[in-house]
Design a protein around this ligand. Structure first.
Ligand code: ADP
Ligand code: MG
Length: 610
């Protein structure tokens, strides 16, 4: 219930929709009901049941008041007038015209209320999507492990769709159908109290049976959506890893995985359908049984002359009653849908409610710019249990370059990720100009840094937008300037549409070196005082490595740089080299110093110089 209300709260302010909707819905119900109550005079005319004596009281026009009595009096007044002037055929016309008009009005208002609901639905879904998007972009890097990606994508697409199809759809049912039932029952009571009391006794029994079935659906719905998340994940991995899959002849492997998951998915869905499909036949069956019961009981009353109901009243009564069954069925169907929708909504809200572990402080310390140094003080870090970094101490002074080297898996990338606060240290602290970086505004802190990693992260957009990424009001001249520094201008110019060329998904239309030079141009344009380079050249062949290395050297000029290099030759001029092994600094010094000392650095450089 809470979840349901929370979904509805996305439609705030309610004042914009609710009153209009209620008015339209009520009008459409009332005119719908009018149709059926008009059946009685229709039957009376056809079956010649009109009792002239009973009509004499309607010879004068009633004085206006807003009540059923007034309208029925008014109707009977004109009914009598028409009957006297035009005879039976005339009255038949009269009744039919009123029926047609009220059907028209009923449907007109149904349409209008439907349009209001469509607006509510659009607003709710849009806001819900934005909410997930906001939350997800605000979460810390650690949240986005691979297995979660498919799950997140499924939440943002399928679950939202599910909420749209079920919950928002159910809005109609939630207000309209109960109102319909109440109004219809009011009319039924007016027609015959005895018979209506009898029907009220049997309805809850059938309601309870249907309710029992739908309650079991929710658990299955959760399993179904989770499975869909895994399916999306497999698809995503397959599509983005197609080269590797083909090269390793591993199609069968992904296929088996996909096969198993889709099997499970269909199994869950069939078992969900078993219960879901049962609801409609059972309620149909119960509905007809109830009508049969009323026919026997009420028909008996009419036949024995024991009731205030005439034959035409009784038929009208039965017809109106069958109309109550429809909304009742709708409600029971909506109930089972709502269970599915709520399961989806709960998955969505779980993401929306995930607190971000890395946030800006409430009162951030003002950050003017980078003045003196970045300092690691006794920093340790663990992803989960096992410690990845232990007791790291070093100072990176403004304008200097520190290089990290060491065997793969030693913790270099992790160390670099701590500076822009992709992760926070488990122990110790990192200071910028003497202030813990946690005390600064996150965006301001990251604004000081430019990052180029081994894989260039590009977006399916134009060259221009990829370079100007995240910056507003950038001119083409500035972008070209940056591209020139990054050795990228030449190849960009040769592209089909120059800077306006779309580079495809993840830059698939470019070579590795070209992608990397675009990433560097992006960093050049941002012009940050602090640079973090994580093996920016290691994925490249030696020719493009040369071009990229040259671009990097230009980028590093006059900046403070933390560089991770797999090739020691590129960092010989670093002001300090930290050799990192198993999360610790095992050696430190300049290239000249370290080359003289026996140790890991010497070993690494002798391997590379072969
Ligand atoms: N997101 C992660 N979650 C858990 N463990 C990780 C994650 N990223 C890296 N590790 C582990 O942390 C250690 C250091 O990795 P990394 O910093 O990438 O080393 P390097 O960059 O020196 O090769 C490795 O043992 C690696 O398995
Ligand atoms: Mg690394």
């Amino acid at each position: 219930m809470n979840t349901y209300l929370r979904i509805l709260s996305y439609a705030k302010p309610y004042g914009k929709f609710v009153p209009t909707y209620i008015i339209y819905a009520l009008l459409s119900i009332i005119f719908g009901l009018l149709n059926f109550t008009l059946l009685k005079p229709l039957f009376d005319v056809i079956f010649e049941q009109v009792d002239p004596a009973s009509l004499t009281q309607f010879t004068s026009k009633p004085s206006f008041e807003f009540s059923i009595g007034y309208f029925s009096h008014l109707f009977n007044y004109y009914f009598l007038q028409v009957a006297e002037t035009y005879g039976k055929m005339g009255t038949l016309f009269y009744v039919c015209i009123i029926i047609v008009v009220s059907v028209f009005l009923a449907n007109l208002f149904t349409y209008l209320s439907g349009v209001v609901l469509a607006k509510v639905r659009a607003v709710v879904i849009k806001r819900m999507r934005m909410d997930i998007f906001d939350r997800v972009s605000g979460l810390q890097i650690a949240y986005f492990s691979n297995e979660r990606k498919g799950d997140l994508m499924s939440k943002m697409t399928n679950d939202v769709q599910e909420v749209e199809n079920t919950i928002v759809q159910s809005l109609r049912v939630v207000f309209r159908e109960p109102a319909t039932i109440i109004l219809y029952f009011a009319v039924l009571f007016l027609m015959s109290v005895k018979l209506t009391l009898f029907t009220i006794l049997i309805i809850p029994i059938s309601g309870a049976i249907i309710g029992g079935i739908t309650r079991r659906l929710k658990k299955k719905a959760v399993q179904s959506q989770q499975s869909l998340g895994r399916i999306v994940n497999i698809l995503d991995e397959t599509l983005s890893g197609m080269r590797v899959i083909k090269a390793f002849n591993a199609e069968w492997f992904m296929k088996t995985k996909f096969d198993e998951e889709t099997d499970y998915y269909s199994h869950v869905n069939v078992s969900m359908a078993r219960k879901n499909e049962l609801a409609s036949p059972i309620s149909q069956f119960l509905g007809v049984s109830v009508v049969a019961g009323i026919l026997i009981y009420g028909g008996g009353l009419v036949l024995s002359g024991n009731s205030d109901l005439g034959a035409s009243d009784f038929i009208t009564y039965i017809i109106i009653f069958t109309q109550v069954l429809n909304p009742a069925k709708e409600i029971s169907r909506a109930m089972s849908n709502i269970q599915r929708g709520i399961a989806s909504a709960e998955r969505i809200f779980k993401v929306i409610d995930t607190p971000s572990k890395i946030t800006s402080p409430k009162d951030p310390i003002h950050l003017e710019g980078f003045k003196n140094s970045i300092e690691f003080k006794q920093v340790s870090f663990a992803y989960e249990e096992s410690t990845v970094l232990k007791g790291i101490n070093f100072t990176l002074s403004k304008g200097k370059t520190i290089a990290l080297v060491g065997p793969s898996g030693g913790g270099k990338s992790t160390l670099a990720d701590l500076v822009p606060r992709f992760y926070d240290p488990s122990e110790g602290k990192i200071e910028l100009d003497g202030v813990n970086i946690r005390d600064f505004d996150l965006n301001k802190l990251r604004g000081l840094m430019g990052i180029v990693t081994q894989e260039s992260i590009l977006f399916n957009d134009t060259v221009f937008n990829n370079i100007a990424f995240g910056l507003s009001n950038v001119s083409l001249d500035q972008v070209i300037e940056a591209a020139k520094i990054a050795n990228a201008h030449e190849f960009i110019e040769k592209l089909e549409n120059g800077y306006e060329t779309s580079i495809g998904e993840r830059g698939s239309k470019l070579s590795g070196g070209q992608k990397q030079r675009l990433s560097i141009a992006r960093a050049v344009l941002k012009n940050p005082p602090i640079l973090i380079l994580d093996e920016a050249t290691s994925a490249l062949d030696s020719e493009s490595e040369l071009l990229v290395q040259e671009a990097l050297t230009k980028l590093m000029a006059n900046r403070t740089t933390l560089v991770i290099a797999h090739r020691l030759s590129t960092i010989q001029h670093a002001d300090e080299i930290l050799v990192i092994e198993q999360g610790k600094i095992v050696q430190r010094g300049t290239h000249a110093e370290l080359s003289q000392t026996t140790g890991l650095y010497q070993k690494l450089s002798s391997i590379q110089s072969v």
